[in-house]
Design a protein around this ligand. Structure first.
Ligand SMILES: Nc1ncnc2c1ncn2[C@@H]1O[C@H](COP(=O)(O)OP(=O)(O)OP(=O)(O)O)[C@@H](O)[C@H]1O
Ligand SMILES: [Mg+2]
Length: 336
């Protein structure tokens, strides 16, 4: 990473995820990551509220009488007011059911990438694999984001999220293998050979699906399920209550769907004559891959599934939540 950092001036990696947006750029000899939760909360406007928000350095946006707290602050406020945040994205893409989606995603992105310092500054942003049921929706999503970053004055480039994981994690393997990001709205995967993508796909069963489904069968709110899941889920231990039991069941479903789709895409790819000469590594990343036991559960299920691509090992990224942004940054630097 040091050699990359040394030439990363004016390059930004941007992970535009359903749950969070993260930028990585070079700062001196180091890489600096900044994150905002990809959510917002409308608030009734008053002068007093605005002053308090200003004094407390809360991120907010005001336009035409509308007043929104966004990013990391939105979650804190939602907790205080016992309200649900609203989200600019769902299932990996701009949320078509959210009227304020475009405005707020722009505000959050602008806060993270800031202004370019030269005409040559480049942002490489992550995009998901095309959803199987609506492949053309990705075109809109990608073009909107590209257009917005260009308006800010950046050169742009996009990278498939699975491929970003390969850039972040498989340098020693010459960027050959399978990268998988298990996020909030989607699981995204890519098989690359010497950095060239051979097959990529996405599923929409990921973290949000777990929260919603567990909430639905246990009578809890998805927000509370998410909190429990993030703070205490351990997939190596037997479930000790109803919520944990449901979390295990829906984690199995996420992994099952991911492996079914992986095997399907890989068999299509190998029938199109991309025969690999040696077994390849699989790297797992993303927030949903974080609970203890996730890697083992995935590896066991993969082994039992007759994957058409020979796999040498399944490993977990050393920093699962940063891997996509790091991969996008590396791709931006390689573009120099
Ligand atoms: N420690 C944890 N244990 C379990 N789940 C977690 C943990 N930390 C985060 N998550 C879950 O990971 C998901 C967010 O992951 P991530 O930040 O990789 O997604 P994203 O990139 O924003 O979304 P996507 O790639 O799907 O568009 C959320 O569902 C969150 O609840
Ligand atoms: Mg992601």
């Amino acid at each position: 990473m040091e050699s990359v950092a040394a030439s990363g001036e004016g390059r930004i990696g941007l992970d535009i995820g359903t749950s969070k947006i993260m930028s990585i750029r070079q700062s001196g000899n180091q890489l600096k990551a900044s994150t905002e939760v990809n959510a917002f909360l409308p608030l009734p406007y008053s002068r007093i509220t605005e002053n308090i928000l200003l004094q407390n350095k809360v991120h907010y946006y005001q336009n035409n009488g509308h007043f929104f707290v966004y990013g990391n602050s939105a979650e804190k406020f939602a907790g205080l007011f016992n309200a649900e945040t609203r989200r600019p994205m769902s299932g990996g893409l701009i949320n078509p059911d959210e009227p304020a989606a475009l405005t707020l995603i722009k505000v959050i992105i602008k806060g993270l990438v800031k202004k370019p310092k030269s005409d040559d500054d480049l942002v490489c942003f992550s995009v998901p694999g095309a959803p199987a049921d609506a492949p053309h929706d990705l075109i809109y999503h990608e073009q909107l984001l590209k257009g917005y970053l260009s308006e800010l004055g950046f050169k742009t480039k996009s990278i498939n999220e699975g491929q970003a994981i390969i850039f972040a994690e498989l340098e020693k393997e010459n960027f050959t293998g399978i990268g998988i990001s298990c996020g909030g709205g989607m699981c995204n995967a890519c098989l690359a050979y010497l950095s060239v993508p051979v097959a990529s796909f996405s599923t929409t069963k990921a973290g949000d699906f777990i929260d919603k489904s567990v909430g639905s069968v246990t009578g809890e709110s998805a927000t509370r399920v998410k909190l429990i899941k993030e703070q205490s889920l351990d997939l190596t231990k037997d479930p000790k209550d109803k919520i944990e039991e449901a979390l295990h069941i829906y984690y199995d479903e996420v992994i099952g769907e991911l492996i079914r789709t992986l095997n399907d895409s890989m068999s299509k790819a190998s029938s199109e004559s991309h025969q690999l000469d040696a077994p390849v590594p699989v790297v797992l990343a993303g927030g949903t891959a974080q609970p203890a036991g996730f890697r083992d559960k995935f590896a066991k299920a993969l082994e039992a599934s007759n994957c058409p691509v020979p796999v040498s090992e399944v490993r977990l990224s050393s920093n699962p939540s940063q891997a996509t942004a790091r991969g996008a940054f590396i791709a931006a630097v390689y573009d120099s």
